[in-house]
Design a protein around this ligand. Sequence first.
Ligand code: ADP
Ligand code: MG
Length: 249
Amino acid sequence: MHTEHTDTVVRAQRVDKVFDNGCQALRQVSLEVRRGEVVVIVGPSGSGKSTFLRTLNRLETLSAGHIEIEGVDMYHGATNINRLRQRVGMVFQGFNLFPHKTVLQNVMLAPLKVARRPRAEVEQQARALLDKVGLAERVEHYPGQLSGGQQQRVAIARALCMQPRIMLFDEPTSALDPEMVGEVLEVMKALAREGMTMVVVTHEMGFAREVADRVLFMADGQVLAEDTPACFFGAPSHPRLQQFLSQIL
Ligand code: ADP
Ligand code: MG
């Protein structure tokens, strides 16, 4: 199903997800993300944040509801899912780099093998992206020779090299030693400043305050609050959100 081209990158409407074991991870979750927006999702463990991000890339099936990326129905049978997935970059907590490939090879792999783009063009872009995330000196290194923060920056460059229309981040700094969190957040801030559309699940409230256009609070598979950072943190509307913020701030 196609709708008119608009500036809406993500349109998720009343999404339910019930796993086979009966666990309902998402209840009527709706979200619209416009081009260039940064949406941060926070909430307690088990609230459905990761499940929701995964539905945006069709890594899960839906039990009910509807998701469009740039007007294309992610769950329509006729949708070419591989082409659509290339538009959605994803960065996880773990970096999942190939250990026996160099940094440069890791970044070039999907553009060559999945997108089948010309090698010279891909290599030029990969080097430029690695330069941008501060790893120009590390292109011939192997992942095992890098710190966690450096590996996560490679993972971001790798996702960007597929030329996504939106980037999804699922707790990208949660597995990092504290001293490496900042360098990864800086790369994400730069991306946001350049106008990348982003949905970010994180516990980094400073990042949310500084970078988010909107912040969502999820609990029990529902979006319980959604606001600008100033209102979200300054005047939290929902009792569950007040409780959550009092525990982490
Ligand atoms: P969060 O990312 O907010 O911590 P998740 O999306 O990982 O939450 O999980 C939401 C709920 O769905 C949890 O109760 C979790 O146990 C459950 N869940 C997640 N993945 C699966 C799965 N593959 N099978 C069954 N239950 C799952
Ligand atoms: Mg999660």
